[in-house]
Write a protein of this length. Structure first.
Length: 53
């Protein structure tokens, strides 16, 4: 996704029946943009990024 290409994130959401679903929205040399959606009553653990920038 570049500056001239936008999307409605609400339209990108898909809720899984259980667990966590992740969808990569944009990936560049310095950044990754990932949309996470979770089923009801699902917890997500602590996340640490290895990217520096």
């Amino acid at each position: 996704m570049n500056n001239n290409n936008f999307m409605n994130l609400k339209e990108q959401i898909e809720y899984p029946a259980n667990g966590v679903l992740s969808k990569v929205i944009s990936k560049t040399e310095k950044n990754n943009l990932t949309l996470f959606s979770m089923a009801a009553n699902t917890d997500i653990g602590t996340h640490t990024s290895t990217k520096e920038g």
